[in-house]
Ligand binder design. Structure first.
Ligand SMILES: Cc1cc2nc3c(=O)[nH]c(=O)nc-3n(C[C@H](O)[C@H](O)[C@H](O)COP(=O)(O)O)c2cc1C
Length: 218
């Protein structure tokens, strides 16, 4: 199915991300020891290099030749369907993370960060530098480039797959944060509001948000 995108939002240009620094950070075991949810996050911006590292760690391409003859990603997905898209809410606008070109494509100008939290929840993270939005693209499950297993066409099984696949990316983000001195917080978000603002198709579902930044000093 064709991508439904808004044409070039005013004032925003694509952002070319930097090559990930794979030799940085604490060990996996140390990162597991440190992993936790932190909701008190400052407004300090991430450098482009740190943002690039974060997005690559979340679900970037780590192999040209992965399962079923297509590229592989840092997070596993059912039948290598790669159906979870990351949208990245920054102060100036929200972008789509293109893992293949490793760049950010502008989707909407303006600050949507306050919507990336469940309605009625206390929002500590409005000014945090980055809020990730997890979007399941059902079309990518139905037309998986990976193994075409029958479960991919069953709505209940699709749901189980896209929630698990989201969790695997979210866990990468938590570990990346713990490894590099950032903090992270996985949470609900205003799903229908964001689906409208991001101009998503009916078979694209906003699932969760995750806020990333530096711990706020008391
Ligand atoms: C599926 C899921 C949904 C969550 N939703 C929210 C949320 O909407 N708001 C929130 O403040 N925290 C949310 N959290 C964070 C959890 O409250 C937090 O992970 C849990 O208390 C354990 O804390 P820890 O991550 O520090 O181990 C969510 C976590 C998960 C896995």
């Amino acid at each position: 199915m064709a991508e439904k995108r808004i044409s070039s939002p005013k004032g925003l240009s694509p952002i070319k991300l930097m090559k990930p620094e794979t030799d940085k950070g604490k060990s996996v075991l140390k990162s597991l020891q440190l992993r936790k949810t932190v909701r008190e996050i400052s407004d300090k911006k991430l450098s482009l290099q740190v943002l690039s590292n974060l997005l690559w760690a979340a679900c970037g391409v780590n192999r040209k030749k992965g399962p079923f003859g297509i590229h592989g990603r840092t997070a596993a997905t059912a039948s290598n369907s790669q159906e979870i898209d990351l949208y990245v809410a920054l102060q100036e606008g929200t972008y789509y993370y293109d893992p293949f070109k490793h760049c950010l494509i502008p989707v909407v100008a303006g600050d949507l960060r306050a919507m990336v939290i469940g309605k009625g929840q206390v929002n500590f993270g409005n000014k945090a530098p980055v809020r990730l939005i997890y979007v399941a693209d059902i079309d990518k499950l139905i037309h998986s480039q990976g193994y075409q297993e029958p479960g991919l066409l069953n709505t209940e099984i699709q749901k189980s797959y896209f929630y698990v696949d989201t969790g695997l990316i979210a866990s990468n983000v938590y570990l990346f944060a713990a490894s590099t001195g950032l903090v992270a917080w996985f949470h609900n978000c205003d799903k229908s509001g964001l689906e409208e603002k991001l101009n998503l198709r009916v078979d694209q579902h906003v699932l969760f948000g995750q806020t990333v930044g530096y711990k706020r000093k008391k």
